[in-house]
Design a protein around this ligand. Structure first.
Ligand SMILES: Cc1ncc(COP(=O)(O)O)c(C=O)c1O
Length: 343
């Protein structure tokens, strides 16, 4: 359940007629970053020229791509910007999928993939992950032109090694799209493989480690025919002026990113250990979230109890996930509150 759809009457202590207030909810359900973006982002925002908004944004995002090029060590020509990584995924699917063509992914994974595949006219297809979240044998051999894999892979948070990603890239005539929305929390990235594999697309977002879910910014790293095809379907002005400016500022403050990531990784460890002490089974996660199964496997009840106390986590009423909860790593006090209720 998304917080925006939460009926506040369900929240203990709610006073009828009171305005919904985000502050009273502990929001651990959509994997946002609990810390504010870099002070450089705030400074850029404060100094931003409102007058400049009468002009269209730079369609090629020259400065943003140049800054990303410096940070990631990838030629600016191999970088494309999008209105969030969801738009990058849509662009890729729009140019790589023919009507009714199967697009492969694993299960479970990011629940938007099959939806985007259908919108693009394709047929979602998937191979089940092993029980521990490991990749299934034979994934590199699936038929079809496009394989989508998130690394780390939500909602379990499993991290796949570069060797595993490289194994997939060796499959000729197939595009391997690696969605690295959570890569900064795992410290593994396939960006270094781009030089070697022209069939690889790496997708990044500013929504998680850069704390900028609200500005909508994502990047694709790719080259050759894939890059050319994606540029053909890209809307000219798909990333607005303010977003470009804030994205550049965020990229320039890698120290802030590292600091926030370190705090989240530390809290993730504490959350994992505390949940295990309470009898939960917790999957090792490389993301800013953990997937945990309560001892009684009564995940829905626990979800509802938490919700009634104003703590929102994510419950998936679907195969393999309905006995667990995905919990975003919040601030220490937020996690304290969660654990207090669970105790
Ligand atoms: C694996 C994965 N990819 C992409 C996204 C979406 O990112 P964005 O906010 O950049 O559209 C999410 C959001 O939760 C995600 O979990």
């Amino acid at each position: 359940m998304d917080w925006t759809r939460l009926d506040l009457k369900d929240v203990e202590g709610y006073v009828p007629g009171e305005q919904p207030q985000m502050a009273r909810l502990v929001k651990l359900n959509t994997n946002e970053n609990p810390y504010p973006p870099s002070p450089l982002v705030k400074e850029t925002f404060d100094k931003f020229s409102v007058e400049s908004l009468r002009l269209y944004p730079d369609p090629m995002m020259t400065e943003l791509r140049k800054t990303a090029s410096d940070v990631y060590g990838v030629a600016a020509d191999w970088i494309i910007g999008g209105n969030g990584s969801d738009e990058i995924l849509s662009m890729l699917l729009r140019c790589a999928v023919s009507p009714k063509e199967k697009v492969w992914t694993v299960y479970p994974t990011y629940s938007l993939y099959p939806i985007l595949v259908r919108i693009a006219g394709g047929e979602p297809a998937s191979m089940d992950l092993k029980d521990d979240g490991a990749l299934p044998a034979g994934l590199a051999d699936v038929p079809g032109r496009l394989l989508l894999l998130a690394n780390p892979n939500p909602p379990l948070g499993t991290v796949y090694s570069l060797q595993e990603i490289e194994q997939l890239c060796l499959a000729q005539n197939k595009i391997i799209a690696v969605d690295e929305a959570y890569a900064d929390f795992a410290g593994v990235s396939a960006i270094s493989l781009l030089e070697k594999y022209e069939n690889l697309v790496v997708i990044r977002t500013f929504s998680k480690s850069y704390s900028l879910a609200g500005v909508r910014l994502g990047l694709a790293f790719c080259r050759g025919e894939i890059r050319d095809a994606m540029l053909k379907v890209k809307d000219s002005y798909n990333v607005n002026r303010l977003t470009q400016a804030l994205g550049i500022a965020a990229l320039k403050d890698q120290a802030c990113l590292r600091q926030n990531v370190a705090k989240i990784v530390k809290t993730r460890k504490r959350l994992t250990e505390s949940l295990e002490e309470l009898g939960f089974t917790v999957f090792p996660s490389g993301g800013n979230f953990v997937f945990a199964k309560p001892p009684g496997r009564n995940a829905r009840e626990v979800f509802e109890k938490l919700r009634s106390q104003g703590v929102l986590v994510r419950y998936f009423p679907v195969r393999r996930l309905d006995d667990g909860l995905r919990i975003t790593v919040g601030t220490e006090p937020e996690i304290e509150r969660l654990l207090e209720i669970l105790q």
